[in-house]
Design a protein around this ligand. Sequence first.
Ligand SMILES: *[C@@H]1O[C@H](CO)[C@@H](O)[C@H](O)[C@H]1NC(C)=O
Ligand SMILES: *[C@@H]1O[C@H](CO)[C@@H](O)[C@H](O)[C@H]1NC(C)=O
Length: 263
Amino acid sequence: MAHKEDAYIATPSTDDLWLEEDKGLLSQRLSTSRLSFYRESLHVFGLVAIASILIGTLAGIKLSPFLSDEVCADPSLGIWSPANDLIKYKTVTFESYFLGHEDSPWTRAPKESKDALWDSIYEFGISGISENEASNLLNETLTSPNDPDTYMIQLEVFHLIHCLNMLRKVVYPDQYPELWSYHDNGTINHDTRQAVHIDHCVDALRQSIVCNADVTPISFIENRLGRGIFPDVTATHVCRNFDEIVGWAKAHEVRDYQGKHLH
Ligand SMILES: *[C@@H]1O[C@H](CO)[C@@H](O)[C@H](O)[C@H]1NC(C)=O
Ligand SMILES: *[C@@H]1O[C@H](CO)[C@@H](O)[C@H](O)[C@H]1NC(C)=O
């Protein structure tokens, strides 16, 4: 490059050469201006890129709590599940259903409506997947006794709801006396299969709660009568879209499964 520039400046003697020189200078000017255009473009591009990253980061930090239904990279989806692709997120403010609030339809309602409500969120919980899908499972699974092409699984959420539902019933022995067994001397028998199942459910829920370790802060509030301060459990959480998971499970339900113990 430098060699060529010298040559053009050093030989301005003939028209041809002038022509050559003009062409050369022209192309040199062109290439110089092209280069500086590229350089400037790069600078501008760099600035725009940096500004975009900064603005994007700030906007992301500021807006992320409000971005509902947004698919984020979630390491807790690291184990393959046929429902992983469905997962979206939304903000949910929990209900209290405690003193001074209305009763929960999930607990304090009449037995029949409670049972129906709980059944409506997990009774379809045994799902069928294809052999190809099943090949992704960390643990092998069995096929349906009625269909060798249907591989059976249960999404953990439905197992845990089943467990919680069982505990719900256990604390109302007047409404669900079948869950309680007694020795001849009238004391409670904790060694029945049912009792061991209930203990299994307590520990399954413990492990899941520890595993998910929800760190959403719960604020403290003064109670209405000014008799002390209490945790206000109506915190706002980022939750998974349970309804769409229910939709998947209903669409993949294994209807004819007759297991002895659905857990
Ligand atoms: C399922 O897989 C995990 C990880 O490989 C293993 O630790 C566990 O024992 C397996 N469970 C069964 C029932 O084989
Ligand atoms: C009641 O019966 C059970 C089973 O036979 C026995 O283990 C338990 O010690 C008895 N309890 C009392 C208070 O007698």
